[in-house]
Design a protein around this ligand. Structure first.
Ligand code: HEM
Ligand code: HEM
Length: 137
């Protein structure tokens, strides 16, 4: 499966969970878990969808295993971070280390994404330095 397809479908799933969470907060008038809702939506919907757009725009990267690993790391990190932050804000101190581990996984996912972007730029530089005649072939 392509990284962009995974990104788009999981992003929609996480958005639905985040929105149901938001509606539940609004109905119950208990906004205590708001930071977990916010991060689920921003990491799981917005950021993941943006990764999907990037991969969709770069089909050679989209088809590779590195992109799938990057997206998988991000999804796992988002879920772990959300559970941890949700527990912390519902008064369960055990959520603290879980949130910490989740944040490190998410950072690792972003570092890998940064590496993918830089490598792509370097490869584009190699292509650009080719003479026009060579590029046209
Ligand atoms: C059905 C959809 C949604 C509902 C009912 C909902 C509901 C809520 C509620 C009740 C709060 C707490 C507000 C407060 O206590 O100040 C909140 C906060 C927040 N939500 Fe949502 N939400 C929804 C979708 C989303 C989506 C799609 C995103 C992001 C793309 C999002 C991002 C945020 C953020 C960032 C905050 C924190 C805002 C702040 O710092 O004050 N929400 N939401
Ligand atoms: C390693 C990743 C991240 C960590 C550890 C982190 C941590 C935090 C913390 C500790 C807060 C304060 C929460 C509170 O008031 O109790 C916060 C707030 C916020 N963060 Fe993050 N964050 C991360 C990534 C992101 C990303 C990628 C976005 C946006 C795409 C984001 C958007 C926000 C927003 C909008 C708020 C204010 C709403 C809220 O209080 O939840 N964060 N973040």
């Amino acid at each position: 499966m392509k990284a962009s397809s995974i990104s788009f479908s999981v992003a929609v799933l996480l958005a639905l969970v985040g929105m149901v969470w938001g509606i539940t907060m609004a109905i119950s008038q208990d906004h205590s878990t708001m930071p977990a809702h916010a991060h689920l939506n921003l990491l799981g919907w917005v950021s993941l969808f943006l990764f999907g757009v990037f991969y969709h725009l770069h089909p050679t990267i989209d088809g590779g295993r590195t992109a799938v690993i990057q997206v998988a790391i991000w999804i796992v990190g988002t879920v772990v971070l959300t559970i941890g932050v949700g527990l912390v804000h519902s008064g369960t101190p055990a959520g603290d280390p879980i949130a910490g581990i989740g944040s490190l996984i998410v950072v690792a996912g972003m570092v890998l994404f940064g590496w993918i972007v830089v490598r792509r730029d370097q490869n584009a530089g190699v292509v650009d330095r080719k003479p026009m005649a060579a590029r046209a072939k």
